[in-house]
Write a protein that binds this ligand. Sequence first.
Ligand SMILES: [Fe+2]
Length: 261
Amino acid sequence: MYASRSEEFRLYVIADTHLGTRHSDEAKLRQIVKEIESDSHNYWVGLGDYGEYINTTDPRFDPRELASWLFGGEQLADIGRAESERFIETMSPVKERCLALVRGNHEDAILKHSDHDVYARIIDGLANGHPLRLDHSGFLTWRFERQGGSVWSLRMYLTHGSGGGQSGGNTGNKLEKMVRDHDNVQIVMMGHHHDPDHKPFAKLRPGRKHARLVTVEAISAPALTGYMSYAQAKDARPRPTGYVVIAVTPDKRRLGVTMHS
Ligand SMILES: [Fe+2]
């Protein structure tokens, strides 16, 4: 519910924080939390891989990659718990403004190889009465109602994303596929690739008399973690870290997408 025609809301997209690796940009994450907190029109969604979730029994475990706060007996004994609690604690000040949380492949991997359901722990820890749980992917409808005025629903498709691919065209192809595969949404977004990209696509939609051109904003969100050693070992290209802010003016039905790095 909002009052004025010029009111603007903002949706912060937080992806691939990978808490627990020393490359995770926790300072930037805390700064984003402060920014979200500063205005009641700010909301956020999470696109998965909240923690790195590589515990001591995992063949990928490398002590050189750990964040310093994991070097305690309690933390090392249960890395899944420590990293989930860190994410919950960091995001708690803006818990009420969370609209959805998808599950990343790092949350999947620790559940497959141990019995830690870290995604369920995060969903419980940030529970706010909204149905936050989208699992790997799903739709989110954000409904805006002006006092005594119009109602508008902004529909989005959110996914963690999947697959590798180092070529420059890979991310663009994935964005195009997301737009093609999902109808009646104004925004599609993915994380996982750590490869910031934003492209508006046009689609034709039949109307009563004429076909209408609709725009779909396709977003690949940057990660909030830097160049990890395993990416370097595979000669992956380094990519900028950051986050996305989607500005929404419901009365004008206007969207503006900004990449922050
Ligand atoms: Fe991922």
